[in-house]
Design a protein around this ligand. Structure first.
Ligand code: AKG
Length: 273
């Protein structure tokens, strides 16, 4: 499948640094995936935000399939070209009447990619409205400078380090989504989301795509081929789950998480020194 995005949508993404909404799956399918996530939470006794981080797709084959969904991958290819890889994915859930938020930030400060061309697809599995704390973006911020982040470690912040930048909020644009729709933003686009004031959970999965020519600036890492071919070999391959909660791919995920935490400590030590 190609050409999911119209020329006007592609031009909008390039000029503004975001695009929303685009439909990937039906509302019924989104509910089915939400149910699977909530069954996993019931079984593990942990909120999805805790376990399905960094490379959530390594937990379930159906999340790998969703990351490779033809409509999502084609939309990404419309922006990035034919050869696209997924280096990460993360669940972002806010409960009903949940004060937790995502501070204004640029993903490019942390993703360790060169060049900065990553595109995030945020797929709504429940309604992400202004009331339930949908994402907001600062248009055209992807064309501006790399901003300095302050790491706050605020416990109500869904970002691991509570990183934030100062922005003029009057410029912000909301990206409300119905279940099964997704938004796209460039890794340098400043974005964030407020608390959930609604009566339902706001659950989304963010998929992080890059062109296969992108290199890691954080040492050798792994990724999943999502579309086209990898003619560059800059990335090792993610160990894909053979079945739900495959211990091998979960072990792989744990090892990636541990490296990420170590890198985070090293970065903090370097800043403190
Ligand atoms: O779920 C949210 O509100 C924020 C997600 C986010 O920061 C991202 O997908 O890059």
């Amino acid at each position: 499948m190609s050409g999911v995005l119209s020329p006007a949508q592609i031009a909008h993404f390039k000029a503004e640094g975001f695009l929303s909404p685009v439909r990937a799956i039906s509302a019924e399918e989104a509910l089915e995936y939400r149910n699977r996530i909530e069954a996993f939470e019931a079984q593990s006794g942990e909120e999805v935000n805790k376990r399905l981080k960094i490379k959530a797709h390594l937990a379930f084959p159906w999340l790998v399939a969703l990351a490779r969904h033809p409509r999502i991958v084609s939309a990404v290819q419309d922006i990035l070209g034919p050869d696209v890889m997924l280096f990460g994915s993360s669940a972002f859930a806010k409960n009903a009447h949940d004060p937790r938020f995502v501070s204004w930030h640029q993903d490019s400060a942390y993703y360790g990619l060169d060049p900065h061309e990553e595109v995030t697809v945020w797929l709504a599995l429940s309604r992400a409205s202004v009331e339930s704390g949908c994402m907001k973006v600062i248009p055209r911020s992807h064309l501006g400078p790399d901003l300095v982040h302050e790491e706050t470690y605020d416990t109500n912040n869904l970002l691991a380090r509570g990183q934030k930048v100062e922005v003029d909020e009057s410029l912000a644009v909301d990206m409300p989504l119905e279940p099964g729709e997704f938004s796209m933003h460039h890794e340098r686009t400043v974005h964030g989301s407020p608390a959930n004031l609604s009566d339902d959970r706001r659950i989304g999965i963010a998929f992080f795509y890059m062109p296969a020519h992108a290199r890691s600036t954080l040492g050798r890492r792994s990724a999943l081929l999502a579309g086209g071919e990898d003619r560059h070999g800059h990335w090792d391959r993610d160990l894909e789950p053979r079945y739900d909660l495959d211990p091998d791919s979960l072990g792989f995920l744990e090892a990636v998480w541990a490296t990420y935490r170590d890198q985070s400590k090293t970065t903090q030590a370097a800043r403190a020194g």
